[in-house]
Structure formats: structure tokens, C-alpha cells
Design a protein around this ligand. Structure first.
Ligand code: ME8
Length: 516
């Protein structure tokens, strides 16, 4: 039997700038879900990539004194480097400058034309190049510097007046509302769902979907003076990947996507425009779009002009990759905005990782190494306290599955760390070191229960911290083919020889600040 597919996508990132913590965060969330679903036996396709067309990129290339293609080749590579540096596991990296993507965009366009949803007109209104978004006058205001800006994003807008093709978005409002109503899980979290519904209820205007004042993009079929609106182009990447328009492509089985992960700023494009395009083209709609919040840096908005952009690669070098991956998903309830504070990162690193999880592994494995001849200890009859701990560790799989189904990474991790705390309390209560003389058989059972608990917990932590957990599972001699959730009940076998234990989560000691 073929396993159930799971198609998950990151937004494709604009190549006008190098990757920062925001990009790393969106991709990390997807990576954890992709890894979890693979371990859970799903047939996963995880897609990321870069958004390379439009006026913003054309301008950035000109500012760098480069031709757009050469410029996008260069910056796109830095997003590939981020994938490696952050240990993401995408199945493919798509670029909107690939020929197959032009073909998909043009095929979709033709479908929309055939459906009667595209007409030629003239756009006259405000446009923000930074946001690649059209604004009506009421959504903008003029600042003290006499410049007009979009109220919602703060980006400068310019007046645009040019021939343009329009998509009949206004005709889709009722069908969109019906769709949201019938599919309550389509948009998460709930607050974003409400935001989208009230936006659509407020009435939709037809959407300008082509531009004529620049050339860096996908030409409109049959009218190549027009370049497709970059958002129509960008959103199409999700089906380009599956082979569109060739629905016999083997990757077409992944459509519709199970989850488009996005930041809160781009929810409208994914929850209003994209479903309307797809409905008009007669294609299935994604099952869910989840919008996460934004990070600030020590209380300040992150921006290049403030010079406070956080480089995820630098963070990983300083604090270790897995601790950073853990922190980003543990610290802030996923979906909310969060403030990035180094103090909090160090606190989690030393508290949750070194003291709680690391110390549990370290003390259990070092006693086993010293007292049980470096073998998985013998398991005797279990007592109530043993069963209580093992049961809680066993129950975690269902809990983590449920939480990750709702993209509640923080709750999944909190549940796992509760069991780690239980296990540490159990070590103290059972005091295996004291049992060495009085009851060595009982000591062995206690150590077996602990090692087995660490195995269960560690299997579930794998998607979050792949390298560190691989080391812990190696130290427990768990065979690599026994690390999926299908092997969740495959208990540690007493007598198995274990390698010498080694600490996995060192404490982070801050270098003393130089006195001045
Ligand atoms: O929007 N905190 O690309 P992008 C958290 N090309 N997330 C942040 C953030 C922050 N401070 N800053 C940015 C685009 N992000 C389009 C997508 S998809 C068909 C096209 C997130 O490079 C932001 O919310 O501007 C978004 O999800 C992602 O980075 C990509 O932003």
C-alpha cells in the first residue's frame, strides 16, 4: 500500500536580500513538520525556493550593477546555503526563473483566460514595490516627509497608471466565503482566519495581474508587452513543482498541498488570491495555510536601516545549530509574534537542554557505562513508578502528533519536556546509585526504565534537533532502521553493548564582558 502523501511548502523567498532570521524561522517550522511526517511514515514532499521576478528584484539587481539573472543566481545561492547551514531537508529547491515555471505560469494564465476570468483594462492606483502590492488610496497616508506610504506595512507607494490585465477577483468573494465556512481548518491560527474572512466580507476588487512598465518577469501569453504580476507568478510555484499543467507528472500526486506555511504578512495572497486563482482554473485548493508571527530583536522591529538584522548562520555558530532550532520553536507560541532575546536563548540552552535533557542522558548513560558493563541493563519486574514514567513517555507520540497537526510546536515541546522533568525526578526518587549495594537487580531495572524513556523521548525530539538526537540514539545503540515511529514500541534490548557516553548539550558560558 502506498503511504499517504504530505506536501509542505515554504514561501519562496525574495532574492533582493540575504537570508535572515525570518526566512530561517519559516523554513525551520516546515523542516520540523517534514521530518516528523517522514518519521511517521508519510510520503513527504517538502518544497522551498526563491521568488526571483518583479520590480523589486529588477531594482535590486540594477542597484548591484548586475543583470537580473546573474543577480538572482547569486542571491538564490545564499538561500540554498541557508538550507545546508540550518540542516533543512527539502526535497527540492525551486526558482521562478526556471523554464518549467514559465510554462506553468503561462498555462495557468491561459486557463484563467479560458474561464473568462481575465480581461484587459487600465490600472490607475498606488503600488508598493517593496511589498509588490497594490493599495487603494484609503490604505495609504502621507507622512511628515511628504511621502505616501502604505499604512499596514509602512512601505512607500508610487502612482502607477498603465494598461493592465485584471483577474475578476470580485466575482469570487461569495465562493471564497463558502469555502472558508466549509473548511474551518483552512486558515490557522483562528485570529488570521477571522482577519481573512472580514477582509473578504468587506468586498473584493478585481486584481491587476500584469504590468507593462518593466520587463523582469513571465510574459503574458500572446501579449508579451505585459509581464505577469509577480504574486500570480510566485504562487504558481507550488503547482509548477508538481508538474503543472502535466497532471500525469508523478509529482502531481502531491497536489493539493497539505500545508502552505507563511508569515502573517502574506496571508492575503495565500488565502484570498491563491484559492481564487485555483478555483477559477478548476484546480484543488491547498488543505491549510498557517501564518506564523514576526520576530523583533530585543524589543525592536528588525530592519536593515536599524542594522539589527539577525543572521541565523551566525547564531548557529555561536550557540550551536540544534539549540537555535529548539529555541526558535520553543520560546514563542507558534502563530504569535515573538521578541528575540539572547538572554532567553541562553536560558533555554542551559536550562532545557544542558540541565534537563542533557543531564538526564548524561547521568543515566554514565551510570550504565560504569555499572552495567556498558550494556543495556537487565529489565526486572516493573513497579508502579516505572510504569507511570514509561506510560507517559509512550503517550507522547499521540500528543506530539496532535500538536503538530495544529502547528503547535511549542506545546509539543512543552509536553516532551514535562516527561524529561518527570524522568529527572524519577532518577532522584529511585536513586539508582544507592541501589548498587542494596539491590543491584532493582538498580538495573531503574536504569533500563530511564534508558528506555530517553529512547522514546529522543525519537520524538529528532525532527527538532536531528544531529543531537542522532548522537543520543547512537549512544543507546538504537539501530538506524529503528528510529521511525513505526519502531516506537521496539524497546531497548537488555545486554546490547553501548558505546562510551558523551555529553551532547554543553552549557553555554558567556565570555566575560571586557571592562571599559
Ligand atoms: O514574502 N519574523 O518573500 P520574503 C518572522 N516572496 N518572519 C519574517 C520576518 C520576521 N521578522 N521577516 C520576514 C515573500 N519574515 C514572497 C513570498 S510565496 C508564493 C512568495 C517572513 O522573502 C515573512 O513573513 O519577503 C515571509 O513568510 C517570509 O519571511 C518570506 O518573505
Amino acid at each position: 500500500m502506498s503511504s499517504r502523501t504530505y506536501y509542505i511548502t515554504t514561501p519562496i523567498y525574495y532574492v533582493n536580500d540575504v537570508p535572515h532570521i525570518g526566512h530561517a524561522y519559516t523554513s525551520l517550522a516546515c523542516d520540523v513538520l517534514a521530518r516528523f511526517m517522514r518519521l511517521d511514515g508519510r510520503d513527504v514532499h517538502f518544497l522551498t525556493g526563491t521568488d526571483e521576478h518583479g520590480q523589486k528584484i529588477e531594482k535590486a539587481a540594477a542597484a548591484a550593477g548586475m543583470a537580473p539573472q546573474a543577480f538572482t543566481d547569486k542571491v538564490s545561492q545564499s538561500f540554498r546555503d541557508l538550507v545546508v547551514a540550518m540542516n533543512y531537508s527539502p526535497d527540492n529547491f525551486i526558482r521562478t526563473t526556471e523554464p518549467r515555471h514559465y510554462a506553468a505560469c503561462q498555462a495557468l494564465w491561459e486557463k484563467l483566460v479560458a474561464a473568462g476570468d481575465i480581461y484587459l483594462g487600465k490600472y490607475a492606483g498606488w503600488y508598493s514595490v517593496r511589498d509588490e502590492t497594490y493599495f487603494v488610496e484609503g490604505e495609504t497616508e502621507v507622512g511628515p516627509d511628504n511621502k505616501r506610504r502604505a499604512i499596514s506595512t509602512g512601505a512607500e507607494v508610487e502612482w502607477v497608471e498603465e494598461p493592465s490585465y485584471f483577474f475578476k477577483l470580485s466575482a469570487w468573494a461569495d465562493r471564497l466565503l463558502t469555502f472558508y465556512e466549509k473548511n474551518p481548518d483552512f486558515i490557522g491560527p483562528e485570529s488570521r482566519r477571522n482577519e481573512v474572512i472580514s477582509f473578504v466580507k468587506g468586498g473584493l476588487q478585481d486584481l491587476s495581474v500584469s504590468r507593462t512598465s518593466f520587463s523582469w518577469g513571465v510574459p503574458v501569453p500572446g501579449d508579451s508587452k505585459h509581464i505577469m504580476y509577480v504574486w500570480l507568478d510566485a504562487l504558481t510555484n507550488y503547482i509548477t513543482e508538481c508538474g503543472y499543467p502535466d497532471t500525469n507528472n508523478p509529482l502531481w500526486k502531491y497536489w493539493p498541498a497539505d500545508l502552505h506555511m507563511v508569515g502573517k504578512d502574506i496571508i492575503r495572497f495565500h488565502c484570498v488570491f491563491w484559492p481564487a486563482f485555483l478555483m477559477a482554473a478548476g484546480l484543488a485548493l491547498p488543505k491549510r495555510v498557517f501564518a506564523h508571527g514576526w520576530w523583533t530583536n530585543e524589543g525592536q522591529k528588525i530592519s536593515k536601516s536599524l542594522g539589527n538584522v539577525i543572521d541565523p548562520i551566525e547564531l548557529a555558530k555561536t550557540y550551536g545549530l540544534d539549540p537555535v532550532r529548539y529555541f526558535l520553536l520553543r520560546e514563542v507560541p507558534f502563530g504569535n509574534d515573538g521578541d528575540f532575546q539572547r538572554r532567553a536563548l541562553i536560558g533555554r540552552l542551559n536550562g532545557d537542554l544542558a540541565n534537563a535533557y542533557g543531564n538526564l542522558c548524561q547521568r543515566v548513560l554514565s551510570i550504565v557505562g560504569k555499572s552495567c558493563e556498558g550494556k543495556v541493563p537487565a529489565k526486572g519486574p516493573l513497579q508502579a513508578a516505572d510504569n507511570a514514567l514509561l506510560d507517559r513517555a509512550h503517550g507522547l507520540l499521540a500528543i506530539v502528533r496532535m500538536e503538530l497537526d495544529e502547528q503547535a510546536f511549542h506545546r509539543a515541546l512543552a509536553a516532551i519536556w514535562e516527561v524529561i522533568a518527570d524522568a529527572n525526578r524519577y532518577v532522584d526518587a529511585q536513586a539508582p546509585w544507592a541501589l548498587a549495594k542494596t539491590d543491584p537487580a532493582r538498580r538495573d531495572t531503574v536504569l533500563w526504565v530511564l534508558a528506555e524513556t530517553i529512547r522514546r523521548v529522543t525519537l520524538l525530539v529528532q525532527p527538532f534537533m536531528p544531529d543531537s538526537t542522532a548522537k543520543i540514539l547512537d549512544q543507546l545503540a538504537v539501530p538506524t532502521d529503528s528510529r521511525t515511529f513505526a519502531a516506537f514500541d521496539r524497546e531497548l534490548r537488555p545486554g546490547t553493548t553501548l558505546p562510551k557516553p558523551q555529553g551532547v548539550f554543553p552549557r553555554f558560558v558567556e565570555a566575560a564582558k571586557a571592562e571599559n
